[in-house]
Design a protein around this ligand. Structure first.
Ligand SMILES: [Zn+2]
Length: 245
């Protein structure tokens, strides 16, 4: 499995200024290609790397917030060759489709299937299987994901009991929006991320989806300090970084 960070920006200020890109994650395994959380500018990030979006097999949206779904419509259109090829799947929470939807109605007939995500449920795309976590503690309906034993992806959430086990995998990607924990904001802070890594003990952990405070505090230095303290390799994701898992 190959993972590419199409963006590392998290939350509104980082995204509005495009301090870092906000294209989400891209997974390739064999001939299967999945776009995760195509935020604003995702289509630009894919085009820049000459990825043919008509070969995408699925788009997965963790939740309806703009930094995770901003480009979902253009990505659906691209995946389906402008709507002419009835192909590909869209996975998203129900609230991305129902009230105040982020997925436009006119293009819902373009993909082969639209799947409403449920908690702790297993899904498959051309032999690549993944499982949702319990519903995250976040404003919108949000899920994290585990791709077998290989990859755990902790999307937006406040810390909750079980978050480490539910995403435990060889490589873990953690959305780290906050430098300091703030009880009123349902996001992980650095201390939460460190606790999760300590509990889940992955081989390798990536911090990404940085909020402005984390960005200003220098993510590579933060990751190096965590690596020192934990004895587990922690890396700060960079836009365009690719990892073989
Ligand atoms: Zn969010």
């Amino acid at each position: 499995m190959r993972l590419t960070f199409m963006g590392t920006a998290g939350a509104r200020f980082m995204v509005a200024k495009q301090v870092a890109a906000s294209g989400g994650l891209f997974i390739e395994e064999g001939n299967t290609r999945i776009s995760l959380d195509p935020g604003p500018g995702a289509v630009v990030q894919y085009a820049k790397r000459e990825i043919d979006l008509t070969t995408l097999d699925a788009i997965v949206v963790s939740h309806r917030h703009l930094d995770h779904s901003g480009d979902v419509n253009v990505m659906i259109e691209a995946m389906t060759d402008g709507g002419f090829a009835h192909r590909g799947k869209l996975f998203c929470p129900s609230d991305a489709l129902d009230e105040d939807p982020v997925v436009l109605k006119y293009l819902r007939r373009f993909p082969q299937e639209i799947i409403r995500l449920a908690p702790e449920t297993s899904y498959s795309v051309n032999g690549v299987t993944f499982m949702t976590s319990a519903r995250h503690v976040h404003q919108a309906e949000t899920y994290g994901f585990r791709f077998g034993e290989k990859l755990g992806w902790i999307t937006d959430s406040a810390y909750y009991d079980g978050i480490a086990e539910q995403h435990q995998a060889d490589v873990m990607v953690i959305h780290t929006v906050l430098l300091h924990c703030r009880a009123e904001l349902p996001h992980l802070c650095l201390a939460d991320a460190e606790r999760i890594i300590r509990d889940a003990k992955p081989r390798l952990a990536f911090l990404t989806h940085y909020g402005m405070t984390v960005w200003r505090a220098n993510p590579p230095e933060i990751a190096a300090d965590m690596t020192q303290r934990l004895g587990i390799e922690v890396l700060a994701a960079r836009d365009g970084m690719t990892v073989e898992i």
